[in-house]
Design a protein around this ligand. Structure first.
Ligand code: PEP
Ligand code: MG
Length: 588
């Protein structure tokens, strides 16, 4: 897609990935387009160009080290591994030797030579069949862009903006980009790829950064600097808004922000229905900042701590001490409420650098999550020891992801026992009766929920993956977003089966997938009898508001009616109507 710059209003629609409405200027980031000129340097120019290349690489090295130090102070140690990855790429001798060879044999300038090297890297990565590994070209592009910027005297910084009030448009933005970006001046983002439940979207919501994903071709348009309104509620990007549209957007923005402020007033109130049914509302977190946000929004603990961020964008696994420090930091933020720590869940759209080197035909069905953890028992035990040690300071629960059958659960629990023995030998304290739960996110786990319930202390349904695997639809695929249906009768029946199996065995049934955070689904989840819902921080007061207005009795009736429909669209229409007419009214 290509478009000439014009002042006409243009509206682009995508998927609403993180709520909020922001007004600012668009900054288009395209790492694939590095505009450098290639020119002849003559017979004698190679030495000087190689010196320039060396100097720019050294400069980039210093810049990355400085950035690491800065972020260490502001963000903390545990999320800086992407910088180590960039340092490793920079230290790769082939990067230098290939570029130097282009200079010497082609007698071209260093920038042009570097671009040729990048071209070769792109060809290499394009030949990797594993799409997730193939995507690591983004890291190489980032590093080469930094070197080029240093060559032409531009200091490369993380995604930032001098103009403030900037909305980033890009083909893709990685979780590392979000952690690293200047979140003071960047107020929103729009990308070509991604889905609502992709990890970048989850992180955007965690940082309350409005975002729209799945806007085809947006990074290729000539829109840099254009005034825009990004609507993360309806999934729209309005470029050059006309006066009426602008006024309308501002009005919606004010309304949204007013409602947000009002909702925060609900945060301290009990999560209880008018007829006295209590449900625990907890938060999902990946980074320490979110723990505080969960508390501020009235969460009663953490129902899902995704530990994989600690393992991503780095060449080596974090050791036990580093993990212990990270988990303890989270525990302190959440105390005295309970913290549910999920063990390593990587693969699929969450890639570990330097670790998974197997090329898989289908990573979503591949060596991921608990399967991967069980395949490296020493590393897994390290994580279990770190979690156990954290449990000495306050209530902590362990949760195993993507359990498909009892063998996996038993093997994971055996490793947990071994980890306990290790800690006893080392004289470390821990909670010996720590609760051990599992995520239900694979259809086989739903089918054998009764068997699993006998050997688990709690269930937590990962609806993102459960829907993905039940409907065979990639959760990150923007083209399938409309068909990714939480209200599909198969999903609803699965949820019912999970709650029934849990309660028959006397254990709690929780949900920590995105479905838990959408107030529309609250009557069904309440009616089905879930004990705990865990969601991103900003959803907690929204869900609590509906909970405080919907009696358990009414929720059971609504749920019964929902099960009488045969397709998701009918359930949704009915639910919306029920919410508008019977639940939404009333005040707190
Ligand atoms: C899920 O699958 O619903 C879930 C909560 O886990 P994640 O989104 O991290 O895969
Ligand atoms: Mg999952």
């Amino acid at each position: 897609m290509d478009s000439a710059k014009s002042n006409d209003m243009q509206v682009y629609t995508g998927i609403a990935a993180s709520p909020g409405i922001v007004v600012g200027r668009l900054r288009v980031i395209d790492r694939r387009r590095i505009s450098v000129e290639e020119y002849d340097i003559g017979e004698t120019g190679a030495g000087a160009e190689i010196d320039r290349l060396k100097a720019a690489i050294a400069c980039t090295h210093d810049e990355l080290e400085r950035l690491k130090e800065q972020l260490q102070a502001s963000t903390g140690e545990e999320h800086l591994f992407f910088i180590d990855t960039h340092l490793l790429i920079l230290a790769d001798t082939r990067l230098f030797s290939e570029t130097a060879a282009h200079i010497e044999t082609g007698l071209i300038n260093a920038e042009g030579a570097l671009r040729r090297t990048l071209h070769k890297y792109r060809e290499f990565f394009a030949g990797i069949s594993d799409p997730y590994l193939a995507e690591r070209i983004i890291d190489v592009e980032t590093v080469i862009e930094k070197i080029l910027n240093n060559m032409v005297g531009k200091v490369h910084a993380p995604i930032s903006s001098e103009m403030g009030q900037t909305i980033i448009a890009a083909h893709d933005i990685t979780p590392a980009d979000i952690l690293q970006m200047d979140r003071g001046s960047i107020i929103g983002m729009v990308t070509e790829v991604g889905g609502r439940t992709s990890h970048t979207s989850i992180l955007a919501r965690a940082f309350e950064l409005p975002s729209v994903v799945g806007v085809d071709g947006i990074a290729d348009l000539l829109l840099d600097g254009a005034p825009v309104v990004l609507d993360g509620l309806s999934g729209r990007l309005v470029v050059n808004p006309d006066r009426d549209t602008f006024r309308d957007c501002l009005w919606r923005k004010q309304q949204y922000e007013y409602v947000e402020r009002e909702l925060l007033k609900i945060a301290p109130l009990p999560a209880e229905t008018p007829d006295g049914q209590r449900i625990l509302l907890k938060g999902n977190v990946e980074v320490p900042e979110e723990g505080m946000s969960v508390m501020r929004h009235g969460g009663e603990g953490i129902g899902l701590y995704r530990t994989e961020m600690l393992f991503m964008n780095r060449p080596e696994m974090p050791d036990e001490e580093e993990q212990y420090r990270a988990y303890s930091a989270m525990q302190r933020v959440v105390a005295p409420h309970p913290l549910t720590i999920r063990t390593l869940d990587v693969g699929g759209d969450k890639l570990l650098d330097g670790m998974i080197r197997v090329s898989e035909q289908n990573p979503a069905l591949g060596m991921r999550s608990i399967r991967l953890a069980l395949s490296m028992p020493d590393e897994f035990r390290k994580q279990l020891r770190a979690i156990l040690r954290t449990s000495a300071a306050g209530p902590v629960r362990i949760m195993f992801p993507m359990i498909a059958g009892l063998e996996e659960l038993r093997r994971a629990k055996a490793l947990l026992r071994e980890a306990m023995t290790d800690l006893d030998a080392a004289g470390h304290a821990f909670d010996r009766s720590i609760a051990v739960g599992i995520m239900i996110e694979i259809p086989s786990a739903v089918v054998i929920a009764d068997l699993l319930a006998r050997e688990a202390d709690f269930f937590s349904v990962g609806t993102n993956d459960l829907i993905q695997y039940s409907l065979a639809m990639d959760r990150s695929n923007e083209h399938l977003a409309a068909m990714f249906q939480p209200l599909h009768p198969a999903v609803l029946r699965s949820l019912r089966r999970v709650v029934e199996a849990a309660h028959e065995a006397g254990i709690d049934a929780c949900i920590c997938g995105e479905m838990a955070g959408d107030p529309l689904y609250l009557p069904i989840l309440l009616g089905l009898g879930f004990d705990e819902l865990s969601m991103n921080a900003s959803s907690i007061p929204r869900v609590k508001q509906v909970l405080r207005r919907c009696t358990r009795e009414r929720a059971v009736e609504i749920t019964k009616a929902c099960f009488s429909f045969t397709v998701a669209a009918e359930v949704e229409a009915y639910l919306k109507d029920a919410m508008a007419n019977h639940v939404a009214e009333g005040a707190d």
